[in-house]
Ligand binder design. Structure first.
Ligand code: IMP
Ligand code: MG
Length: 335
């Protein structure tokens, strides 16, 4: 049995929608990985990636599939069979090799009643995506759930043998501040979005090499959260950032609430996740709007230019974290 050489992880440092799909697809394209794996969540996630200048959106299957890399949905994920099969068909129709998709037999299955309960009860109360994620995880922890192995016939072409080897890339879903333990509970998702969650795929934390942390140069939040009050929606500059930045959910189409970058939260997320490489996306959007602001130590700071903002951020990040590398990304298609 061959061994795992190393594991790299891409995780969100904010509230999801930080450009993880772009980072993972670019890393997968390098041909450096034997596997790309999802470790948590289900089709509540939404990844937008560009392959040969064409835009694709997926919700569950890891972005490695676009570059012919084995794509694993791990034991900590939850899977709705119909949505999974729809995504398989979508990928096939677009010419991608779905024989590379593998699903852990231990992953839990989202049932129709989970979705109904989520829509009727939690979508309004908590602003969930209504995909049955919370009720499915509840049944998992009650030890009352159904797993992929209970529907083996339905998943038979995609069953994973639980065996990772070589070089592994893990694709996070959601973000640090949506984590079940560290987010603004109860306005959080139902799983661990931090890199340690990736170890549930079956490797030791000692195998982790790099952690690619993803954020945007401004913050966005979809779904209810008292930390993003409604008056932000009426702020003309934040509204402009949201419009130019096309800040609408990939999964639900909901308008995202926008705020200036909260550097205090970002620093905490970088340090707790162990981010080695930070990728800050959507720099082109603040450049177009021409407003360069961020919160640090709870005070809103304003810079005269984009260059000034970039150098202030890099200085503060170098002082308060141990990141090895910061990349500012201005394109939806690549880093
Ligand atoms: P759930 O994961 O559907 O239970 O939703 C819980 C919270 O996480 C809600 O506020 C959702 O809007 C948010 N959420 C879940 N997945 C994502 C995502 O991929 N991007 C952004 N927000 C998300
Ligand atoms: Mg997303």
């Amino acid at each position: 049995m061959s061994a795992i050489q190393h594991v790299d992880i891409c995780c969100g440092l904010s509230w999801g929608d930080e450009g993880k799909g772009k980072i993972v697809s670019q890393l997968s394209k390098s041909g450096d990985y034997d596997f790309v794996c999802r470790w948590s969540g289900g089709n509540n996630a939404g990844h937008t990636v560009y392959v040969n200048n064409k835009q694709y959106s997926t919700h569950l299957i890891p972005s490695g599939i676009f570059y012919g890399v084995k794509s694993v949905i791990g034991p900590g994920c939850v899977i709705h069979l119909k949505s999974f099969m729809q995504e398989i068909r979508y990928l096939q129709e677009n010419g991608f090799d779905t024989s590379l998709v593998r699903v852990s037999p231990r992953a839990h299955v989202v049932l129709e009643q989970h979705i109904q309960e989520d829509i009727q009860t939690y979508a309004k109360r908590l602003g969930t995506t209504g995909n049955g994620i919370g009720p499915c995880y509840r049944d998992k922890y009650l030890r009352n759930g159904k797993r992929v192995m209970d529907f083996i016939e339905d998943f038979k072409d995609y069953i994973w043998d639980d065996h990772l080897y070589g070089k592994v890339l893990c694709e996070g879903a959601q973000g640090f501040w949506l984590d079940i333990d560290y987010g603004n509970y109860p306005y959080v998702t139902s799983s661990s979005t931090l890199p340690y969650g990736a170890c549930s795929l079956g490797f030791s934390p000692k195998k982790i090499r790099y952690i690619y942390g993803a954020t945007k140069i401004y913050d966005t939040r979809v779904g209810y959260d008292p930390d993003f009050p409604d008056d932000l929606l009426n702020d003309p500059i934040l509204t402009k950032l949201g419009e130019i930045g096309k800040e609408f959910g990939t999964t639900t189409g909901r308008r995202r609430t926008v705020n200036y970058l909260n550097l205090d939260k970002l620093i905490q997320a970088i340090n707790m996740s162990g981010t080695t490489h930070l990728i800050i996306s959507k720099v082109d959007i603040v450049e177009e709007v021409g407003i360069f602001k961020y919160y640090f130590q709870n005070i809103l700071h304003s810079c005269e230019s984009l260059d000034c903002m970039k150098s202030c951020l890099v200085d503060l990040l170098r002082t308060h974290t141990c990141i090895e590398d910061v990349v500012f990304s201005s394109k939806p298609t690549e880093i």
